[in-house]
Design a protein around this ligand. Structure first.
Ligand SMILES: Cc1cc2nc3c(=O)[nH]c(=O)nc-3n(C[C@H](O)[C@H](O)[C@H](O)COP(=O)(O)O)c2cc1C
Length: 199
């Protein structure tokens, strides 16, 4: 796909058909995990891929699907629960080649969350490349979700990725128009050379 087409197709989709995605396609998407960038190549990403209906329905409950206008988390045939292990970063940044003056760097940004966002985007692009759509839902009931999936204490839940065939009305024009009207002007987001405007 051309990049412009990928960009135009990149929407967080909340309307899916329930027909399954072939296992090979799921596997192809999942494998991008090994190509995802990470600070110091710490590779803190973790993913639980769920296709069983009963488990998907329980994940949808943890993500409070009832708060949305339509069911989408329990309908999408593939859910991927995105996790991150912060300790992978501390393990990596306490290795001799990463120490500064013998100490682990105290980064001003938690790069494990940064890396998770980058990985989320890679997964979404892989889904689009496979002719599918993807969405993302935050989760508040993370303890319940971790217990459901057997996630250990040292893995934090980032959210749930939905993957599947988009419904025909997946991205209605009214929704696109609403986003367009909300889009901040470019110069509110990007400045060149300095954030200050020339006086
Ligand atoms: C970190 C993050 C959290 C999000 N959480 C949710 C969510 O909980 N539920 C949801 O429906 N969409 C969620 N979204 C999707 C955004 O609402 C969406 O990206 C935004 O409205 C712009 O729409 P678009 O991505 O289709 O262009 C989230 C996106 C990101 C990046």
């Amino acid at each position: 796909m051309e990049f412009d087409d990928v960009l135009a197709a990149r929407r967080m989709v909340r309307r899916y058909r329930d027909d399954p995605v072939p296992a090979e396609t799921v596997e192809k998407i999942v494998r991008v995990i090994r190509r995802a960038p990470s600070a110091g190549f710490s590779q803190g990403h973790r993913l639980v891929v769920v296709t069983r209906r009963a488990t998907r329905e329980r994940i949808a409950e943890c993500a409070e699907e009832h708060l949305y206008p339509d069911r989408w988390l329990s309908v999408a045939p593939v859910l991927m629960v995105l996790g991150i292990r912060e300790d992978d970063y501390h393990d990596r940044y306490t290795r001799p080649d990463k120490l500064i003056d013998g100490e682990e760097i105290d980064w001003p940004a938690p790069y494990w969350w940064v890396d998770s966002g980058a990985f989320l985007m890679l997964l979404q692009l892989a889904a689009i490349d496979a002719g599918l759509a993807a969405g993302f839902a935050t989760v508040r009931r993370t303890d319940e979700l971790k217990a459901l999936l057997g996630l250990p204490d040292d893995i934090a839940v980032v959210g749930v990725i939905t993957i599947g065939h988009p419904r025909e009305d997946a991205t209605p024009p009214s929704d696109t128009a609403r986003l367009r009207s909300m889009r901040k002007p470019l110069d509110a987001l990007v400045r060149h050379e300095s954030w200050e405007r020339p006086g």
